[in-house]
Design a protein around this ligand. Structure first.
Ligand SMILES: O=c1[nH]c(=O)c2[nH]c(=O)[nH]c2[nH]1
Length: 328
């Protein structure tokens, strides 16, 4: 063998190279992160836009790229990026879930040695502008009411797993919230609070036991509406919250009742504290201002209240979901 042949023999072994006897891979995968794109669909004068940030990740049937530097099976991360642009151009972008599914299916069918494709997508919250009460044909406003995200994982030979979510939905209410009767021992300084401000930044993630007939856009809006309803209640009187935990559960229950295909929902509601400023030390300050109060917004530390609620009927196949186990 000449030198070039020797080099090729190292780079192109006929069978899977041996891994060190002491170690094994728990997971592998490589892809491109932060692939950004704006997709415009023009129907005459009316235009529709979707701006996405996409992360891709592929897992191959061989580890030879990691073990011996044999790149011959690698779908370059640069090619993965190009694939995102090309499929957006060819097929358009309906929802993050459907676009993620399209990408995963493409990677699995085009490359037989790709065993798993995972695509995570975040959508920018563009909304059509209204001018004089009329929806604008081609102008949009970014309304960071909540960020939508999704993650599609497609393992060869299995059904795709679709997760959807929302984050960054910040809300506050100025009454109808309390926190009382918790453990008052030698570690407690917080008094019972029969009346307090309740503010949080909602994070929610869910998956579907079946994707048959799921309208992903409708589902996402339903989740947001259920969470907001459970938090705020009717506009005139609101709804009483004895704790963040209880409000969180009631919101999740409402969501699972409304969307039958959903198998679980994970929700985190950080408790953004607002503490009353003590004016008693200020000289000459009237103590009799009954309605005006001033509070100090405190970003950190924040209570972090979280739960995953799933359907008992789906035990044990999908609950607790695989993706959650590491975090439980
Ligand atoms: O709704 C709440 N749940 C808690 O568990 C908690 N803990 C805390 O200090 N404040 C609150 N509020």
């Amino acid at each position: 063998m000449n030198n070039i042949e020797k080099k090729l023999a190292v780079l192109k072994p006929t069978k899977e190279p041996e891994i060190s006897p002491e170690f094994d891979f728990v997971d592998t995968g490589y892809g491109k992160n932060h692939i950004r794109l704006l997709h415009i669909k023009r129907e005459g004068p009316t235009h529709y836009i979707k701006e996405l940030e996409v992360n891709t990740r592929l897992t191959l049937d061989s580890k030879k790229d990691y073990l011996v530097g044999d790149n011959s099976d690698i779908v370059a991360t640069d090619s993965q990026k190009n694939t995102v642009y090309i499929l957006a151009r060819q097929h358009g972008v309906k929802s993050p879930e459907e676009f993620g599914l399209l990408l995963c299916s493409h990677f699995l069918s085009k490359y037989p040695h790709v065993m798993k494709a995972k695509v995570c997508i975040e959508e920018l919250p563009w909304e059509r502008m209204n001018s004089d009460g009329q929806p604008h044909n081609h102008a949009f406003i970014c309304t960071p009411k909540a960020t939508r995200f999704s993650s599609v994982t497609f393992q060869r030979g299995e059904l795709p797993e679709i997760e959807s979510g929302l984050k960054g939905l910040r809300v506050i209410k100025t009454t109808q919230s309390a926190f009382e009767h918790f453990i008052h021992d030698e570690f407690a300084t917080l008094p019972d609070l029969p009346e307090r401000i309740f503010s949080t930044v909602v994070y929610a993630k869910w998956n579907y036991a079946s994707t048959q007939g799921v309208d992903y856009d409708l589902a996402w809006n339903t989740v947001r509406d259920c969470i907001l309803d459970a938090f705020a209640g009717p506009p005139d009187v609101g709804v009483f919250s004895p704790s963040v935990q209880n409000t969180l559960y009631l919101a999740q229950k409402r969501v699972l009742e409304k969307i039958p295909q959903m198998s679980y929902i994970e929700t985190a509601l950080p408790n953004k504290h607002y503490t009353a400023i003590d004016f008693s030390n200020f000289n000459g300050m009237s103590q009799n201002i009954p309605n005006d109060e001033v509070f100090l917004p405190t970003e950190h530390p924040a209570g972090n209240i979280r739960a995953v609620l799933g359907r008992k009927s789906l035990l044990p196949q999908v609950f607790p979901p695989k993706t959650m186990q590491s975090k439980l």
